[in-house]
Design a protein around this ligand. Structure first.
Ligand SMILES: Cc1cc2nc3c(=O)[nH]c(=O)nc-3n(C[C@H](O)[C@H](O)[C@H](O)COP(=O)(O)O)c2cc1C
Length: 191
C-alpha cells in the first residue's frame, strides 16, 4: 500500500508524526507533502525540524513542486490523508483549487476515486467551515475530526492521539493494535 500524507498548519502536528511512525512500522509506503505553515507548527508544537518528519516517509515532495510524481493521476496511490488539516485547506479543496502540490494531489485523488481522509482542526466552527466540510463529505471525502473519546480510559496524551490514528488506519484497513476495541464491560447494567 502507498499513501500520500499531507501536513498543514493546523494545531496537531503530533498526529502527523504518530501517523508517519506507525505507517513506517506497518511497512506502508508514504509520499509526504508539508505546507509552509505545517512546517511552522511542527517546529512550534514538537520542537522538530520538518525534515525529521519527512525522513519517516518513503518520499517527500516540496509543496511548490507541481511536477512531482504525485501531481499526476498516472501515478497509482491507494489514498490520501491530510492531518492536521486547516480550514484554509478545507475551503480550497471544497472549491477545486489546486494551486499547490497538496491541493493538486487532493484533486487527483478525487478524480481518480481514491480514498481521502481529512482530519480538520478548528473550534468553534462557523457556517462557512461547516458548508465546506459538508461539500467535501458529499464528494466522498471522509471527515475525521480529532475528536477524542474517554471510553477507552486514556491516561496519557499518546492514548488520545492513538485513538485518532487508529480511526485513520481503520479507514484503510491497515492492521494495528493501537487501541483496544470496544467490548461490552461486565458489571454495569445498561438500562
Ligand atoms: C500555531 C498555529 C496554530 C494554528 N492552528 C490552526 C488550526 O488549528 N486550524 C486552522 O484552520 N488554522 C490554524 N492556523 C492557521 C493556519 O496555519 C493558516 O490559516 C495557514 O494559512 C494555513 O495554511 P496551510 O493550509 O497551507 O497549511 C494556525 C496557525 C498557527 C501559527
Amino acid at each position: 500500500m502507498r499513501l500520500v500524507v499531507g501536513i498543514t498548519g493546523a494545531s496537531g502536528a503530533i498526529y502527523a508524526k504518530r501517523l508517519l511512525d506507525i505507517l513506517r512500522e506497518q511497512k506502508v509506503e508514504v509520499d509526504v507533502i508539508i505546507t509552509a505553515p505545517g512546517k511552522y507548527t511542527i517546529q512550534h508544537e514538537l520542537g522538530l525540524k520538518s525534515e525529521e518528519l519527512e525522513k519517516l516517509a518513503t518520499t517527500s515532495w516540496d509543496v511548490s513542486d507541481m511536477a512531482a510524481d504525485v501531481a499526476s493521476g498516472s501515478q497509482l496511490r491507494d489514498g490520501m490523508v491530510i492531518l492536521p488539516c486547516t480550514m484554509d485547506m478545507v475551503a480550497k479543496m471544497a472549491h477545486g483549487i489546486s494551486d499547490n502540490l497538496l491541493l493538486r494531489c487532493f484533486n487527483v485523488m478525487l478524480k481518480e476515486n481514491r480514498k481521502i481522509v481529512i482530519v480538520p482542526r478548528e473550534t468553534p466552527l462557523h457556517e462557512i467551515h461547516l458548508e465546506n466540510l459538508l461539500r467535501l463529505r458529499r464528494l466522498g471525502v471522509t471527515i475525521l475530526p480529532p475528536v477524542t473519546t474517554f471510553y477507552h480510559k486514556p491516561t496519557a496524551i499518546l492514548d488520545l492521539v492513538d485513538f485518532i490514528i487508529a480511526k485513520i488506519l481503520d479507514q484503510f484497513n491497515i492492521p494495528h493494535t493501537l487501541i483496544e476495541r470496544w467490548k461490552k464491560p461486565e458489571g454495569i447494567a445498561y438500562e
